[in-house]
Design a protein around this ligand. Structure first.
Ligand SMILES: C[S@@+](CC[C@H](N)C(=O)[O-])C[C@H]1O[C@@H](n2cnc3c(N)ncnc32)[C@H](O)[C@@H]1O
Length: 376
């Protein structure tokens, strides 16, 4: 599922349409996008399981009004809303998701002070002043790399302007995996390699210049309203005409724990959030399939009910869901999602479904884009 939607994903094979003949082709087209789409700020910070930017763009073009993404992740829908001049809002349980989505949709005016601060911090990080390194990070970095990251962290803490400071935290977050021995965001495998001294600070500054350039190319317009929240509890703001989202697929990822290196460097302690993560892989492993599935169905119904309640009458509700994978068995997400939408008072108007080969796990999993409508 999600991995397949990353830029560079294999082309979707068969896309099937169901329901309203005017709406289903829009969904089919949105679901069929694959391959790299490096525009705007999308590629600037990795975030697992991103929606394809063109899918978000298609849905925004087809359905008007304020858009809300309750599982906004790295902010794909929110960036597309900014590009389309639309007002938008989003929530996510993950503090890293909120940090990334905020940086990707920040105002162009912040680019210059952010760059200046990053240049200063990068210079200071190359001075040999011994700093404290979080214990859980030690084995993941060459000692001089950890020292450079620690100096950057200490420098960021001292920045007074909160908006600039948030962008600097996002910059640090964008390099902590690349500078580490960890294979990738989603692969917790240690792969030692050498980084020459000074290059981590240089990378930080490079990422600042890159983000600055991207932000300066974003159109004028309001930044989305972002909030760290549980989608089961916090719905869209009044006036929302469109929900576009892609919730976690059951048993596929552990979104919150996979960010542990970032938490350590950024001084974040995700406490209660860990337990509130929907459909996590660890829950399926620890509780077993039947019990975890039951909880996922309940949680799925809860977030759908909360979001549908806040949607304006006549508004649309587009959800990308896919088969989960527990062990080597698929978990159907479509039926419980469609049912929960109907129970929440939405009319399921159309759907598109596509086969996505999951090469990593040698499986074909089906992904669906389901469109609900709230009756007037
Ligand atoms: C598939 S990702 C969303 C990716 C996003 N569409 C993008 O393009 O970047 C699912 C997200 O759901 C978030 N999440 C998990 N449980 C949640 C909950 N109870 N409330 C809100 N967000 C949650 C995870 O942190 C993760 O960012």
């Amino acid at each position: 599922m999600h991995t397949d939607r990353r830029p560079g994903a294999p082309t979707v094979r068969a896309v099937r349409e169901h329901g309203d003949p005017a709406l289903a082709p829009i969904l089919a087209r949105a679901l069929a996008h694959a391959g790299a789409e490096p525009r705007a700020t999308h590629g600037w910070h990795t975030y697992p399981a991103g929606l394809h930017p063109d899918a978000a763009a298609d849905l925004l073009a087809a359905f008007p009004g304020h858009v809300h993404d309750p599982f906004c992740g790295g902010g794909t829908v929110l960036v597309e809303a900014r590009l389309a001049g639309r007002t938008a809002s989003g929530t996510d349980l993950s503090p890293i998701a909120c940090l990334v989505a905020n940086a990707r949709t920040a105002q162009p005016a912040l680019a210059s002070p952010m760059r200046a601060a990053a240049r200063r911090l990068a210079e200071a990080a190359r001075q040999r002043v011994e700093v404290e390194v979080p214990e859980e990070c030690v084995r993941w970095y060459e000692p001089h790399v950890a020292q450079e990251l620690g100096r950057l962290r200490d420098g960021i803490r001292a920045v007074e302007d909160a908006a600039v400071r948030d962008l600097l935290w996002a910059l640090l977050s964008s390099i902590v995996i690349k500078a580490s021995y960890r294979q990738s965001d989603t692969k917790n495998v240690r792969e030692p390699h050498h980084r020459p001294p000074g290059t981590t600070a240089i990378l930080f500054h490079k990422k600042a210049r890159e983000l600055g350039r991207m932000l300066e190319e974003l159109p004028e317009g309001p930044s989305p309203r972002l909030r760290r929240a549980d989608a089961r509890d916090v719905g869209p703001p009044p006036g929302t005409r469109l929900v576009v989202t892609s919730p976690p697929y059951p048993g596929v990822y552990d979104y919150l724990p996979m960010q542990q290196l970032r938490y350590a460097w950024l001084g974040i302690t995700p406490g209660r959030e860990m337990a509130a993560e929907l459909g996590s892989r660890r829950e399926f492993r620890s509780k077993g399939r039947a019990e975890a599935l039951q909880r996922w169905r309940k949680d799925n119904a809860a977030w759908i009910a909360t979001q549908a309640r806040g949607l304006e009458k006549g508004g649309y509700f587009a959800v990308v869901v896919g088969d989960g994978l527990v062990g080597d068995r698929l978990v159907d997400a479509l039926q419980p999602t469609s049912l929960a939408m109907e129970e929440a008072g939405l009319v399921v108007r159309a759907r598109a479904s596509a086969d996505r080969p999951d090469h990593a796990r040698e499986a074909i999993r089906i992904e669906h884009l389901v469109l609900g409508w709230k009756p007037d």
